[in-house]
Design a protein around this ligand. Structure first.
Ligand code: GLN
Length: 229
């Protein structure tokens, strides 16, 4: 039967604007999340198919049963835990403020009064910005993907952006964005793989088992080193 869990191909939501975790290279998806999810599926003997979408569409797609799983550099947060079940954490990240390389007036979030801050819809960065905009006196503009947000600051249309530090440090070097990271990290969080709460619980057990196996047998480190050496 098609419905038997043996034959099922799980649909995995990804955000391909997010190197080194997920990106498109020609027709192939690459990155830490992609390799990790493939390796977990192989270790635990289940089939997957990646579905690329805007980050802000991923949790709604899980809720609409259009996806079974999500791996998208997604931070484990208390708000999201009301809706999804996260795997054990697989990568330590956190938010950082980013400005143009030649910007010397902004050294922390306390220097954002009267400025425009670019963020990506549905992210922890967007939440940080909207939660602190009134207090710190800045305005927020939201973008669908990370490249559009980076461009806004590069062009000088926004004074700053907020992004996960492993992602922006990688993109800034690889793509010569001419941006710089300023101030202390605004939080510390961890990435997790997600399924809809109350669904796919057996699959989540396999994901955690696979993740633990890959950490133990060295394959996890090998995957991370491929992209972040
Ligand atoms: N880690 C951030 C979050 O979970 C950003 C993820 C992303 O942009 N793909 O909101």
């Amino acid at each position: 039967e098609e419905e038997s869990s043996e034959g099922k191909t799980y649909k995995v939501g990804i955000d391909v604007t997010y190197p080194p975790f997920e990106y498109k290279d020609g027709d192939t998806y690459k990155g830490i999340d992609i390799d990790l999810m493939k390796a977990i599926a192989k270790d635990q003997n289940f089939k997957i198919q990646f579905e690329a979408m805007d980050f802000s569409g991923i949790i709604p797609a899980l809720q609409a049963n259009q996806l079974d799983v999500a791996i998208a550099g997604m931070s484990i947060t208390p708000e999201r835990k009301k809706v999804v079940t996260f795997s054990d954490p697989y990568f330590k990240a956190g938010l950082i403020l980013v400005v143009k390389e030649d910007e010397n007036g902004i050294k922390s979030v306390n220097d954002l009064k009267g400025k425009k801050v670019a963020v990506k819809k549905g992210t922890t960065g967007a939440k940080y910005a909207t939660d602190n905009a009134d207090k710190l006196g800045f305005t927020v503009t939201q973008f669908n993907d990370s490249p559009a947000m980076f461009q806004e600051v590069k062009n000088g249309n926004a004074a700053a952006l907020i992004e996960d530090y492993p992602v922006i440090s990688y993109a800034n070097k690889q793509q010569n964005l001419g941006l710089k990271l300023v101030g202390d990290r605004l939080n510390g969080d961890n990435y997790g793989i997600a399924v809809l709460k109350g669904e796919n619980e057996d699959l989540m057990k396999k994901i955690n088992k696979g993740l633990a196996n890959l950490k133990e047998n060295g394959e996890y480190d090998k995957i991370v080193d491929t992209y972040l050496k």
